[in-house]
Write a protein that binds this ligand. Sequence first.
Ligand SMILES: Cc1cc2nc3c(=O)[nH]c(=O)nc-3n(C[C@H](O)[C@H](O)[C@H](O)COP(=O)(O)OP(=O)(O)OC[C@H]3O[C@@H](n4cnc5c(N)ncnc54)[C@H](O)[C@@H]3O)c2cc1C
Length: 543
Amino acid sequence: MAKQAARRDEADYVVVGSGSSGAAIAGRLAESGASVIVLEAGKSDEQLLVKKPGLVGPMHAVPQLKRLVDWGYYSVPQKHVLDRRMPVPRGKVVGGSSSINGMVYVRGNRANFDDWAAEGNTGWDADSVNAAYKRMEDFEDGETAFRGAGGPIHITRSTTPQEASLQFVQATADALGCPILDDYNAESQEGVSRMQQNADHGLRYSASRGYLHHLAPPTLELQSRVLARKVIIENGRATAVEVTDADGTRRIVRAGKEVILAAGFIGSAQLLMLSGVGHADHLREHGIPVLADLPVGDNLHDHMFHALTFNVTTSRNRGTGSYYARGMVEEMLRPGRTFLANTVFEAVAFLKTSQADGIPDLQLQVLPWAYVSPNQDAPIRHDVDKRPALTVLTTLIYPRSRGTLRLASADPTETPLIDFQYLADSADLDVLAEGSEMVREIMASAAFNGAVKEEIHPGIKLKGQELRDAILNRATSVYHGVGTCRMGVDELAVVSPDLKVRGIDGLRVCDASIMPSITGGNTNAPCIMIGEMGARLVLGSGS
Ligand SMILES: Cc1cc2nc3c(=O)[nH]c(=O)nc-3n(C[C@H](O)[C@H](O)[C@H](O)COP(=O)(O)OP(=O)(O)OC[C@H]3O[C@@H](n4cnc5c(N)ncnc54)[C@H](O)[C@@H]3O)c2cc1C
């Protein structure tokens, strides 16, 4: 186990953030023999709520539980989405968002990475990132040309899928004529499949579980409940991080070789700006001396979904407290073999709408219970329909809309202004509306043998413009924000393809924020991959 209590003040590498990318890069750097300090604002992840995969439901449904592990951010009012302020959960706990996420395991479409490379990001093409993905995986089917075995992150399929989810797989293939895939994380993503999860034997395989607790390199020191305030940059070189400990003490943590920001798409951009790296005018507005004038905080984008819920008799309701209480008892008696040993998602499809440009642009994620309606914006415990149900999260995976992240103040404890500009480009709403009609087609398939009784939400009567209007009040973030410290070789780039911050020595960013464009699917696996890639880049550069 990585140490939690010690407080050294100097190491070769200081990594800010122990999330998906931070845990991976820190673990691999320390494995090479280098000394590494990881600074993490959140508390320990050694708690049942984080470790038990099936508890992800209550973690997000019960505000008192969510508060224990979440920064609790909200977006600014989204002007193209009825001025809604939307929740932006982010893990504030060891493991970061990989400790609070849905454990849906998706690498992304291979074309995404070839696109990154084509923009000048040499070394990030599909075959190169495949090697990094292979290093991180321990997939239940074993090693192939496209999958890894023996790596820190265990990947399995649910051991307790509902009949309704399996019917959904067949129904999608029948209704839309797409293939049923054995492994959507291999050569081709297009089709429908059972979901893969980073969970195994009743344990969440967060990045911290894999790279900090299990890999446990002895030269790594994890310092939790430590807030990074800014990077100290002297004569153009990052030399240290200024932090506040849980008791309010301020101190400096020095990096002999490099500082690596892995604080996520909010934290890394915020820290760069607080340290003098960002749009010059914006920094001056907040009285921050400008050290590098870079477009930090631009290019913010995210996935959105529209949830359709159907009353389906071949699903069992899992949304109630008593169901969970029974599950906890069963899980104690048969550890690793009950629904609590699995995440809540059971099937997935990658499909093309009429907007698609060569690759699937729509992801369907299937949950065997009812979902909050119309949305989950209010920070309260929402009522959900108690009937047996199947919810399909109809997900826009290549949004055209782009937003910004900006400082609200120069105080590092103040939430920045998170403005996704959701649905600013009307083509994004087109995809959600067309995708919703495709879901209705699937749910009408004979493969369900009459088990589908009713569309509970939004209701079958809503079609055309009425459906589009309803989506504005229903569409929600999938919590996949990326892009605020864009990697590239042009003037819009914040970091170069080796993840170095342009114009500053000894400083890299390594997390979701570096994505030039979002991957086609959930972003946890790509972020861990970015951590694996980052470690090789750092070690390869001999810094
Ligand atoms: C609720 C939720 C559900 C999701 N579901 C899925 C899913 O099922 N599958 C999937 O693939 N993806 C999912 N995602 C997305 C995925 O988890 C994220 O994209 C990914 O974890 C981001 O990794 P990261 O390394 O960029 O940031 P994070 O994992 O968020 O790590 C950033 C870390 O930095 C720390 N930090 C930030 N600022 C500071 C500071 N100033 N000082 C010290 N520490 C700091 C944070 O506390 C955090 O630990 C989900 C995300 C959320 C929030």
